[in-house]
Design a protein around this ligand. Structure first.
Ligand SMILES: [Zn+2]
Length: 474
């Protein structure tokens, strides 16, 4: 009796002694750091700016020092480990001389001497301390990589690199930044960057609150041209070293980044759910859409699904196959553009042309697409070119006739235009990829696009958690 209680009391005392020892060491570190700060202050009576500048320059010595002291106090058994069983052959291995390593984190460089074990039979080496500390392979730790990538997906690599250095005190070259960003985005699919069904449900519920009708969930599909560099340009670096003045031997190209965006309409506001843009074929886009559907991410029973697109055939093919019961809308502005083209061919750039467009749009708006089609049939072409334009216009409207009932759509609370996907084209593709002098290999542009989608879908952290697990499995 009393024995267990005494053991607990002894453990308590030991823990409290260890805590005090750690505190003591931390205070000593802080004192040494203060000495350094005092020595570096330019004047005995410094300005606020001078104090700030001095502390900023020395901050990582303090934060890294504190972290290092704390780390040294955890996992005591691993720091002092003398032997380890080989995970493969179960032989007992003796500790070899400790091996130094530096881990670069957002709070500074943490130096460690870790026990090393090597099995000669299996030719396998292990650092058990690295495993319990969850160290990332390589010097740069995941927190630095994520912060750096976060910046690099907004700014050109050169700018991101210098800004990152200035703000964090950590130097990462632009080439390294490029590699780190690309590594994290390797193999990302639409499902990796998509928010969970629970998150989507939550956003739907917020928009639905206090409303009689189910919210409109819009799917916009569109393509955006992005500056691309052919694979044949690999290995050649125009502007490099002494060839700086030489022009690129490869010709740049513009490739279409095909994308889709799901968003909710909340009055005049758009509530973003999911964007996915890639330089890809229409088949790949169709597959990605199907993945989203098959993963059960769309709450089809609590929303009214609506698809907006321009006249491109590939768009409607996938919509018809995947969402046959969705309300379909031909983008009003695209339609208006089409009518203008025809009117100019028929009437020239005249007032008559504009009047015809206006009355035709009004009729479409009223749902009288049949009357418009009949009118086109009766129209007397003024030239061969006009005849062709009238025919094209008739075919176009005939094909999309049930997607043009704009007045009914508006009453139902559906969108008339594809502004939602066009703005996604801009804030995901254009703002980062269209930079002066930047031409992207397809793979690099797709990785950049995937990370930017993750950022705007609110899944950037999720992408890095996935990456961390992937690295841990290797
Ligand atoms: Zn072994």
């Amino acid at each position: 009796m009393g024995c267990a209680a005494e053991v607990i009391a002894l453990d308590d005392i030991r823990a409290s002694q260890q805590r005090q020892a750690l505190r003591q060491q931390l205070h000593e570190r802080f004192d040494r750091w203060l000495d350094e700060v005092e020595a570096q202050l330019p004047e005995p009576e410094p300005t606020l700016g001078q104090v700030s500048e001095t502390i900023l320059a020395l901050r990582q010595q303090l934060t890294a020092g504190v972290a290092q002291t704390m780390v040294e106090h955890t996992h005591q058994e691993e720091w002092r480990r003398k032997c380890l069983r080989c995970a493969t052959c179960e032989r007992l291995l003796r500790a070899r001389p400790a091996v130094p390593r530096t881990a670069q984190t957002l709070i500074g460089d943490i130096a460690m001497h870790r026990p090393y074990f090597y099995c000669r039979h299996c030719q396998l080496g292990r650092y058990p301390l690295d495993e319990v500390l969850g160290l990332h392979a390589g010097r740069i730790q995941l927190d630095v990589q994520q912060a750096a990538a976060d910046l690099a997906i907004e700014l050109p690599y050169d700018t991101a690199s210098s800004l990152f250095g200035r703000l964090s005190g950590i130097t990462v070259s632009s080439e390294r930044l490029h590699t780190l960003t690309n590594q994290a985005a390797e193999g990302l699919t639409v499902l990796d960057v998509a928010p969970s069904r629970a998150e989507i449900d939550q956003r739907v519920a917020q928009v639905a609150a206090g409303r009689f009708r189910r919210p409109v969930l819009v799917l916009g599909i569109d393509g955006a041209y992005v500056p691309s560099r052919p694979e044949s340009a690999r290995g050649r670096r125009p502007g490099y070293a002494r060839y700086r003045a030489r022009r690129a031997r490869w010709r740049h190209e513009w490739h279409e980044a095909k994308g889709f965006r799901f968003y909710l309409l909340d009055g005049d506001r758009i509530v973003h759910l999911l964007s996915w843009h890639q330089v890809q074929s229409e088949d790949e886009l169709g597959k990605a859409l199907k993945q989203v559907k098959d993963a059960g991410l769309l709450p089809e029973e609590t929303v009214r699904l609506c698809v907006v697109g321009d006249g491109a055939e590939w768009i409607w093919k996938h919509v018809q196959a995947l969402f046959p019961s969705a309300c379909q809308v031909l983008d009003y502005y695209h339609c208006s553009e089409y009518l203008h083209k025809m009117a100019y061919a028929q009437y020239g750039h005249t007032l008559q042309a504009l009047e015809w467009v206006e009355s035709t749009l009004t009729r479409l708006y009223m749902g009288k697409v049949g009357a418009v089609l009949g009118g086109l049939r009766r129209m007397q072409p003024t030239s061969e070119e006009a005849a062709k334009a009238i025919d094209n216009c008739w075919m176009h409207l005939h094909e999309h006739r049930f997607r043009t009932h704009y007045s009914t759509l508006r009453r139902g609370g559906y969108p008339l235009g594809s502004g939602g996907i066009e703005s996604s084209n801009k804030f995901i593709c254009h703002v980062r990829l269209k930079r002066s002098g930047a031409w992207w290999y397809e793979e690099s542009s797709n990785r950049m696009l995937a990370l930017r989608c993750a950022k705007y879908n609110g899944t950037f952290d999720q992408v890095f958690t996935r990456y961390q697990h992937q690295k841990a499995e290797v």
